[in-house]
Write a protein that binds this ligand. Structure first.
Ligand code: S3P
Length: 424
């Protein structure tokens, strides 16, 4: 286990480029695997989660070449599997992959690490089974990984998402590509739209309504793609710049599509000085005086992965920040509600949890944040949130299990060292 200590405050200044968006990277590899022509992917995320998906599509029969520049060329082809496929820590990887393989005429076992084996898979088993898929899960409930999927012909369905989840929507839409008849997914709260955006770009017949998407089965012709920067990673730097003194930082080329930029709006509501350039995808943030704000449950899907770092912002802010509808956070890479509560104790902020509402009363300014030790619990976003808290506060923060950052942002420590410095 790697332990690192981050001390502050040191200004966050300059220009940062974050890894390619993780959600887009998974989908780029999977959609490329379903195509017939080679397609090139630039800027693919180099995190462990996406490496697992790359290995998974290779094991299904796609050919993957990686140039020295990092550019990846995928020649599609799904022909069989050297099962089991290990998706590591990746909920997106395992859930989307279940939809992708469900209609192919072979048996696949999808598995992952100890965290994945505890995360609910019934949310994809239900709609995919309704389409005719045969999925056998593990555990007493039969709804945990490893999942054994025996390929079957599928039929299109009309499905109302019972949870706001882009992973579930994506799994159903990928399965729909080879089903008989159209499939429509309805959502009550919009979630990230990468699957439908990328399938449309790949020439799939698709209709997008206000809160629904219909996919007709057909061929996939994936275009070459340049993956934009990951807004969820940008959030760490931008909160750092808002909280640290004398800071002015630009994160370049960030994806600004639907349901991903909620954290910017929330930080601006808290008083953050941030400017978004929609043309370039550049986001600038400066040292700001933050105050508490209310985040309603319908906003949560648009900032779901940013709550750990928003909690750091709330811990430093003056007043109380309320996050409503946080239930989904309990079933992420770890129980993030518990993990955030533990981190807030160390930071000296007051934290109250009432059902699915989290209230954080901040210490008023970043310099007053407390010092101590936080366990990442193997969760990349908790490790990075704690590292930023240590870097903006007046004391220091020791992060245990810092290696979890490799899940999505292997160069996070190096980038942070380059701009700020850490003490081992
Ligand atoms: C993702 C969807 C979200 C998000 C995850 C990535 C995706 O999960 O938390 O990091 O790429 O579809 P849910 O679908 O569980 O909300």
């Amino acid at each position: 286990m790697t332990t690192r200590t981050f001390s502050g405050p040191i200004p966050f200044q300059g220009i940062v480029r974050v890894p390619g968006d993780k959600s887009i990277s998974h989908r780029a590899l999977m959609i490329a695997a379903l195509g017939e022509q080679p397609c090139t992917i630039k800027g693919l995320s180099n995190g462990d989660d996406v490496v697992r998906t790359r290995q998974a599509v290779e094991s299904l029969g796609a050919q993957v070449e990686i140039a020295e520049s990092g550019e990846v060329t995928v020649t599609g082809g799904v022909s069989g599997t050297r099962s089991p496929i290990d998706l590591g820590n990746s909920g997106t990887g395992i859930r989307l992959m279940a939809g992708l393989v469900a209609s192919f005429d072979f048996t696949t076992t999808l598995d992952g690490d100890a965290s994945i084996r505890q995360r609910p898979m019934d949310r994809i088993i239900a709609p995919l089974s309704e389409m005719g898929a045969s999925i056998t899960g593990s555990g007493d409930s039969g709804s945990l990984a490893p999942l054994t999927i025996e390929g079957r012909p599928l039929r299109g369905i009309e499905y109302i998402l019972p949870v706001a989840s882009a992973q579930v929507k994506g799994a159903v839409l990928l399965a729909a590509l080879r089903a008989e008849g159209p499939t429509t997914v309805h959502e009550t709260v919009p979630t990230r739209a990468h699957t439908e955006e990328m399938l449309a770009a790949a020439g799939v017949s698709l209709e997008r309504g206000d809160r629904s998407v219909t996919v007709w089965p057909g061929k996939v012709d994936p275009p070459d793609i340049d993956v934009p920067g990951d807004p969820s990673q940008a959030a760490f730097w931008l909160v750092g710049a808002c909280l640290a003194p004398s800071s002015r930082l630009v994160v370049q080329n960030v994806y600004l599509g639907p349901a991903r930029g909620g954290f910017v709006e929330i930080l601006q509501r808290m008083g953050a000085e941030m400017i978004v350039d929609p043309e370039s995808g550049n986001i600038e943030a400066r040292s700001s005086e933050l105050k508490g704000a209310r985040v309603a449950s319908h906003e949560l899907p648009g900032c779901i992965d940013e709550v750990p770092i928003l909690a750091v912002a709330a811990a430093a802010a003056e007043g109380t920040t309320v996050f409503e509808g946080i239930g989904e956070l309990r079933i992420k890479e770890t129980d993030r509600v518990a993990a955030i509560a533990e981190m807030l104790v160390v930071l000296g902020a007051r934290c109250q949890i009432d059902g699915d509402t989290l209230e954080i009363t901040g210490v008023g300014r970043a310099e007053a944040l407390g010092s101590g030790t936080v366990d990442s619990r193997g969760d990349h976003r908790m490790a990075m949130a704690a590292a930023i808290a240590g870097s903006v506060g007046g004391g220091s923060m020791t992060v245990e299990g810092f290696e979890a950052t490799h899940t999505s942002y292997p160069s996070f420590a190096r980038d942070l060292d380059a701009s700020r410095g850490w003490t081992p």
